[in-house]
Design a protein around this ligand. Structure first.
Ligand SMILES: [Zn+2]
Length: 154
């Protein structure tokens, strides 16, 4: 993949796209439109982010990047199979999307809020809203295809 020299990060207040030079990633930028703080530390995460009921709002709804959230449980066999896929996708989408993991046993409020009835269930969030619900252990190609409309151009 070509070296990325800048990222397009949405402002969590007004959703305007801001161009963040790669060497500024990790710092907090200021939105060009509304002057709100735009956190860019998520750019550096090339691994899935652990999400809880407590930080769901900040990490997912206010995420400056689109999110693929894996709702899983420790007792679920297929969830173990999809775990390495989430790690791969987090690397592939570094700076373009956030990959999150939510343990539904420990975080029942979020699971109930988004009607997660079975595990694994994958949720796609963008601009602070749920966009897609994908129940079941789907393969990597399906997740890539579902996320494609939400990923910013590389
Ligand atoms: Zn803004």
């Amino acid at each position: 993949m070509a070296q990325t020299d800048a990222y397009l990060i949405r402002c969590p207040s007004c959703w305007t796209q801001n161009r963040i030079p790669a060497d500024r990633a990790g710092q907090t930028a200021k939105c060009g439109k509304c002057k709100s703080a735009v956190p860019t530390d998520s750019l550096l995460a090339a691994a899935p982010v652990m999400v809880t009921d407590r930080d769901f709002e900040n990490k997912i709804l206010k995420s400056p990047l689109p999110v693929l959230l894996d709702c899983w449980a420790p007792w679920c066999g297929p969830c173990q199979t999809t775990a390495p896929i989430m790690t791969e996708l987090a690397k592939e989408w570094k700076g373009r999307a956030r990959v999150g993991k939510l343990n539904i046993d420990q975080n029942p409020l979020t699971a109930t809020r988004f009607q997660v009835m079975s595990v694994p269930t994958f949720l796609i969030f963008d601009k602070g809203r749920l966009r897609e619900t994908i129940p079941g252990a789907v393969d990597k190609g399906t997740l890539q295809a579902k996320m494609r409309p939400y990923l910013y151009a590389a």
